[in-house]
Structure formats: structure tokens, C-alpha cells
Design a protein around this ligand. Structure first.
Ligand SMILES: *Cc1c(COP(=O)(O)O)cnc(C)c1O
Length: 231
């Protein structure tokens, strides 16, 4: 009897990637922009196998939200693919800064002076200088990390002037279950008035809206790899 197996996880990850990339292109064409939107494939909780499938399909930019997990998974993958770029997108503790600077190419979640200072010291010490984004708590939610919108300008200036961090952009996660447009528009406004070019906003369920509001990188897990059990 012939095999009745018609789909495998392999094809679905590469197909999902292709369809997400197409949707990103269509959304960015619809805004009339000609700059590229970067797809950050979020691999938190995933083992190496699905990550290797994404690499085989050509994906090179990835996101992890825990430094320790990133440290366990990415050094060997980076040794095999020299053009991988890893974004750290989760809350940072000062005792993980050394590891974060050694593994991260973009640190998206600078959110308080203590972290900014520790990053500055470690960048100086190690000579490695990942791009930094400031995380904004755009919906002013008590359970979320990030700088409050009305404190953003002062904190960005502090990061650039006092700590001389290479701040390139802003990142946010809008409140769950709410229409995200106003939050994306506010993040763009804060970035523009501070002269920051990069905007990390948009996830599986809202990335097309985020691109409409000027996102330059979308962080997408579920739409590529399927549902996670947690986080
Ligand atoms: C998990 C995570 C994502 C990806 O979310 P999906 O809904 O799976 O696309 C994006 N950003 C951050 C900060 C995350 O922690």
C-alpha cells in the first residue's frame, strides 16, 4: 500500500514562512513603502529541529525572550550560519547582561536605567555592541515591562547621552485583545520625535496593521511554527 502521509512538519514550517513573507510584502507594498520590513522569527520554547527547518528555508533573523535559553540554543547554530541575527525580546535582568551582550545582535528591551548602565559597562568591557531598542509600555499596563510613554523621551536621551548606548529604535507589545492601531501610532510618534529609525511592533495576529503604522520589524512565532504550549 502506498504511504498516505501527505504532509510533514518540515513542509509546513517552510510553507508558513513563505506565506508570512508574502503577507509582509503585500502589507508593506500597500503602504507605498519601499524599505524592507524585517521578519524576526520567534523561536522561544522551540527545540533545534524546527529552528533548523527555518534556517534551511533561508530565515536568518530570530528572536528569543529568555537569555538563558538563547545561550543554550544559539552559539552552535551561529557557528554553523555566520549570518544569523538574534534579537533578544524579553525582560532583562542585570545578572544576564553579560550573556545578553555576548549572544544578542539586537537587544530590544532596554527599559530602565539599571539595565542601560549595565549594558553600557558590558559593551565597553567586551567590545561587542548589539543594537539597542527601548521597550515602551505603550498601554501603561502594570504587569508589562517598558518605559511609560510620557517618560520615554527622557529615558531615550539618558540612554544615548549618559550611557552612550547605540539606541536604534523602539519596541512595544500592545494590550491583549485591544485594537492595536492607536498604540502602534503612538510608538511611531515617539520614535519620530526622537529620531529613531527602527520600530519593532507586530506579532502573528496584528503584524499587517503594525506594518501599516510603520513597523520595520515584526516578531512572529505562532504563524510560522504553530501554537506553543506556553509563553
Ligand atoms: C512570543 C513573542 C512574540 C511572538 O508572538 P506570536 O503571537 O507567537 O507571533 C513576539 N514578541 C514577543 C516579545 C514575544 O514574547
Amino acid at each position: 500500500m502506498p504511504s498516505r502521509l501527505i504532509t510533514t512538519p518540515n513542509t509546513s514550517i517552510s510553507e508558513n514562512l513563505e506565506s508570512v513573507i508574502t503577507r509582509i510584502r503585500l502589507a508593506s507594498e500597500a503602504t507605498g513603502r519601499n524599505d524592507d520590513v524585517t521578519l524576526v522569527a520567534v523561536t522561544k520554547t522551540l527545540s533545534e529541529d524546527p529552528i533548523k527547518l527555518a534556517l534551511a528555508a533561508g530565515q536568518r533573523t530570530f528572536g528569543e525572550n529568555r537569555v538563558q535559553e538563547a545561550q543554550a540554543k544559539w552559539p552552535s547554530l551561529k557557528a554553523s550560519y555566520s549570518d544569523i541575527r538574534l534579537h533578544l525580546i524579553g525582560p532583562l535582568q542585570t545578572n544576564k547582561i553579560r550573556a545578553a551582550v555576548s549572544i544578542g545582535d539586537v537587544i530590544e528591551t532596554v527599559d530602565r536605567p539599571k539595565v542601560a548602565r549595565a549594558l553600557a559597562i558590558e559593551i565597553e568591557r567586551s567590545g561587542r555592541s548589539p543594537d539597542c531598542y527601548v521597550q515602551i509600555n505603550i498601554g501603561e499596563e502594570p504587569q508589562k515591562s517598558g518605559v511609560l510613554p510620557n517618560e520615554a523621551d527622557d529615558f531615550i536621551v539618558e540612554c544615548c547621552r549618559n550611557f552612550q548606548l547605540p539606541v536604534k529604535g523602539l519596541m512595544c507589545i500592545p494590550p491583549n485583545g485591544q485594537e492595536p492601531s492607536l498604540y502602534f501610532a503612538l510608538l511611531r510618534k515617539i520614535a519620530r520625535r526622537n529620531g529613531l529609525p527602527r520600530l519593532s511592533m507586530g506579532m502573528s495576529h496584528d503584524f499587517e496593521t503594525a506594518i501599516d503604522f510603520g513597523s520595520t520589524e515584526v516578531r512572529i512565532g505562532t504563524a510560522i511554527f504553530g501554537a506553543r504550549s506556553s509563553r
